[in-house]
Design a protein around this ligand. Structure first.
Ligand code: ADP
Ligand code: 5GP
Length: 220
């Protein structure tokens, strides 16, 4: 561990893995996008998926879109840190970018489902901070899926049918937020990130800071 500057903002710490899950349409991608735009210390883990690209999505920004064969090749060569089948498609987290970010002490955001959250929790529990986003009502969830207007009616119906079993997993998360007012929900996530960055067990540089503090003789 390297000694660090005494500036409070520069005290070295471990990166955190912020996992956000929700039933489809509850608003996790919107919240995640706002966080990525406003907080330059955190970057998105871009997943691989076999689902079709939505009109608004950009290859390698929102997802790495793959064929089933390509996905299976990655999965079978241990290139994925976690993977799951969700709503009839495969999704997975590429291992290498996460391991590099963690080694460098950088924060990463994961927009993944409860199956992926469980796998990351098992493998990297010390680094994972998990947040579950709930819709205010099931009626509003349905409206949001329609308002997003990016999926076919059949896809929307599959996602709605799966939403109740996804919501059942809310207890497995560290934090739970009801996304009624978007701004309030975003601010709640921001508060979680701020507080988690200050946790003592993440701030290994604090050891050197405190040692320096105790060795210092007041000058006046
Ligand atoms: P998810 O990523 O959870 O599937 P999205 O972030 O794509 O959901 O949000 C689904 C739709 O709901 C989007 O059209 C988004 O703009 C809208 N939305 C998100 N949060 C709110 C909110 N608090 N109030 C109203 N609409 C919202
Ligand atoms: P969507 O198709 O709406 O982008 O995502 C559908 C679901 O798959 C969401 O719950 C999303 O969080 C989840 N998902 C996206 N990427 C991954 C991933 O890499 N791993 C897992 N386990 N779930 C993912």
């Amino acid at each position: 561990m390297k000694p660090v500057s005494t500036s409070r903002t520069q005290i070295a710490r471990r990166g955190l893995m912020l996992v956000i899950s929700s039933p489809s349409g509850a608003g996790k991608s919107t919240i995640a996008r706002t966080l990525l735009e406003t907080d330059k210390q955190i970057s998105l883990s871009v997943s691989v998926t076999t689902r079709q690209r939505r009109p608004s999505e950009i290859e390698d920004i929102h997802y790495h879109f793959k064929s089933v064969r390509e996905f299976e090749r990655m999965r079978d060569s241990d290139a994925l840190l976690e993977w799951a089948e969700v709503h009839g498609n495969f999704y997975g987290t590429p291992r290498e970018p996460v391991e590099t970010a963690m080694a460098d002490g950088r924060d990463m955001l994961f927009d993944i489902d409860w199956q992926g959250a469980q796998q990351l929790q098992e493998k990297m529990s010390a680094d994972v901070v998990s947040v579950f986003i709930l819709p205010p009502t099931m009626t509003e969830l349905q409206s949001r899926l329609h308002r997003r207007a990016e999926d076919s009616e059949a896809v929307i119906q599959t996602r709605l049918a799966n939403s109740r079993s996804e919501i059942e997993h809310w207890r497995e998360y560290d934090y739970v937020i009801v996304n009624d007012d978007l701004n309030a929900a975003f601010e709640a996530v921001q508060s979680i990130v701020r507080a988690e960055r200050l946790r003592r067990d993440r701030r290994h540089g604090m050891f050197y800071f405190v040692r320096g503090l105790l060795e210092e003789e007041p000058k006046l």
